[in-house]
Design a protein around this ligand. Structure first.
Ligand code: AMP
Length: 610
């Protein structure tokens, strides 16, 4: 039975879980941590580092260390969000070939799905080491507010990592699943999720039959912990500038250190009332003297710096309830998700708004992965769970197309339960029009160009006729992953054309295939490298032990021909091992490890007898 893992691919941290014996287990990584930083780095030697290893060297290798790639996934090069990230990131962001975004790591630009794939591959590996077998299927979560481009790109990332993403589910829905699964409850809950990069709010009805129905969802994909960090960074930079007249933003290394210090201070302020931020030798002055940064930040000051961010989340919550036609009293429980909800001011704001203390039962960092794992098991072959979970999610943004005058014609309104399908008929607008172009968009603006363009396609070969005489039927479909496909049909000729709207997710099918191949290749190389490293360590410790005994053994048997022969042989084995290490020859090394073990046994025997 193939296990399906659940992955929470977070902006800041990622987490993986799997259901075993009916319960979801959050799987720790090699370091024993249940969450892994969503960071990727390339060392000078061209070695890829992911997770804690990447985070640990971020300061000294800031330009080649990527964090928060999720903020860029599925976005267009010329979008304001990309500009914002580009202006503050310590790595360099370059334009891709399809108005997409690439990140330069050493000498190579990488697409965002490739970067996210490195994180996903790491989560896959963590699960494989725990389960002891290969894993190929996963449920991956995304912010509810992700549009089609972002979902597609996340799916692409899965494919590059060697994972078949069998379902994409929304983070708040996953959280509700973790909260309500198996509890046989019947209630309306709000999931307030403030993570590293995104804010999401969803209202769900949980029914005792295991039905999880999303009533309304809303969010901001550019509002999260990093914005809180940024406020602290601004405060530090401004203070430093006032004192020394030097702009620390100009120095990438200083900026990375500030970023680390700001996040650390923020986290500490969740449990203490003030912190001292201390960054010695942050930069040198024009006269070559080292300058230090040292300031005290109080919780009150921090709350003042970030008050508007918290208010913005509350405003979105209010809007979401309004959209759903619900009052605060209709919400019977509030689930907090995301590391940022540990900030006391955030928790207080939520409690004040709803007039009730949030539920404490679920772990904010793990709950989304747990939900994904449960959904994975339900979709997989864990048959006992299949009947117990029914997820009825909604589409977070209105789907429609551009019509005459640049207006946006909605076809599937936001908050419609998915999967869903809508059909609409249109007529040609010009005489003898033989082709019609369909621009598929997502968003809430009446002006089409203010919404996100998902893709476009052209239906050709229409009959020449006066305007209005040819009728075209357009069908928009959203599947359970929230992914859009559209097809158009000329009703007269029956001619049809369809697309899965991938045109602007950034990667062509060829590119994607190449990246999947490269991903596979990397996995093979990594496995080979690890095997080699393991053998090498084994060999080196055997050599060490043999060399330690050498003198003693030589004393005992060195007098005889037989003994000298044995010592020579031991030398030869060691030499051959060192040569295999130098050649990185794992196969030879495996043989040498056997030979070394035999030598060591013999040596130990001699020493014991003597
Ligand atoms: P997530 O995306 O859910 O992993 O949330 C990560 C965000 O939560 C990051 O911005 C962290 O800095 C922040 N965070 C983690 N722990 C705390 C804490 N104790 N207090 C405040 N923020 C935190």
């Amino acid at each position: 039975m193939e296990k399906v893992i659940g992955i929470d691919l977070g902006t800041t941290n990622s987490c993986v879980s799997v259901v075993e014996n009916g319960a979801a287990v959050v799987i720790p990584n090699r370091g024993g941590y249940k969450t892994t930083p969503s960071m990727v780095a390339m060392t000078e030697a061209g070695k890829r580092l992911v997770g804690h290893l990447a985070k640990r060297q971020a300061i000294t290798n800031a330009e080649n260390t990527v964090y928060s790639a999720k903020r860029l996934i599925g976005r267009k090069w010329n979008s304001p969000q990309v500009k914002q990230v580009a202006s503050s990131a310590s790595y360099s962001i370059v334009e891709g070939p399809h108005n997409d975004v690439r990140i330069q790591l050493r000498d190579k630009p990488h697409s965002i799905p490739e970067i996210s794939a490195m994180v996903l591959a790491e989560m896959k590996l963590i699960a494989e080491e725990y389960l002891g077998h290969e894993v190929t299927k996963a449920v991956v979560t995304v912010p509810a507010y992700f549009n089609d481009n972002q979902r597609q790109a996340t799916k692409d990332a899965g494919a590059i990592a060697g994972l078949d993403v069998i379902r994409i589910i929304n983070e708040p829905t996953a959280a509700a699943l973790a909260y309500g699964f198996g509890r046989n409850i019947d209630r309306t809950v709000a999931v307030y999720d403030l993570g590293g990069g995104t804010f999401d709010i969803s209202v769900l009805e949980i029914g005792s039959e295991g039905v999880f129905r999303v009533v309304s969802t809303n969010g901001d994909t550019f509002l999260g912990g990093e914005d809180f960090d940024a406020r602290v960074i601004d405060w530090l930079v401004d203070g430093f500038k006032a004192e020394h007249g030097i702009d620390l933003r100009k120095d990438r290394m200083a900026l990375q250190r500030l970023k680390d210090a700001a996040e650390k201070a923020k986290i500490e302020l969740s449990s203490v009332r003030e912190v001292e931020i201390n960054l010695p030798f942050i930069i040198s002055s024009g006269r070559n003297e080292a300058l230090h940064l040292q300031r005290v930040l109080t919780r009150a000051e921090f709350e003042k710096l970030t008050g508007d961010l918290v208010d913005r989340t509350v405003e979105i919550v209010r809007q979401t309830l309004d959209d759903a036609g619900l009052s605060r009293d209709d919400v019977e429980d509030v689930v907090l998700v995301g590391g940022m909800t540990r900030m006391p001011r955030v928790e207080r704001a939520v409690a004040e708004f709803f007039g009730r203390e949030p539920s404490k039962g679920v772990h904010p960092d793990e709950v989304v992965a747990v939900g994904a794992g449960i959904q994975g098991a339900a979709l997989g072959e864990e048959s006992s769970m299949q009947s117990k979970v029914v997820l009825l999610d909604v589409t977070p943004q209105t789907l429609g197309m551009m019509v005459a005058g640049g207006l946006f014609e909605p076809l599937i309104p936001k908050d419609t339960t998915v999967p869903t399908m809508r059909t609409k008929s249109f007529t040609t607008s010009r005489d003898n029009q033989t082709a019609v172009k369909i621009l598929v968009m997502q968003g809430e603006n009446d002006q089409a160009d203010k919404n996100e363009l998902l893709g476009e396609f052209i239906l050709t070969g229409l009959r020449r006729a006066p305007a209005g005489a040819v009728e075209i039927e357009v069908t928009f479909e959203i599947n359970a992953d929230g992914i859009v496909s559209v097809h158009a049909k000329d009703l007269e000729t029956g001619k049809e054309q369809s697309i899965t709207v991938t045109a602007t997710s950034g990667l062509t099918p060829d590119e994607l295939r190449d990246m999947i191949d490269a991903g596979e290749q990397y996995a093979v190389e990594r496995k080979r490298d690890e095997e080699y490293e393991g053998r090498k360590q084994e060999a080196e410790s055997l050599i060490h032990e043999i060399e330690r005994l050498f003198e003693k053994v030589a004393k005992v048997v060195g007098g005889s021909d037989y003994g000298r022969d044995a010592l020579d042989k031991a030398h030869t084995v060691i030499e051959k091992t060192r040569a295999a290490i130098a050649r990185r020859d794992t196969e030879a090394l495996t043989q040498q490890v056997d030979a070394l073990s035999r030598t060591l046994r013999m040596f130990k025997g001699v020493v014991q007898k003597a």
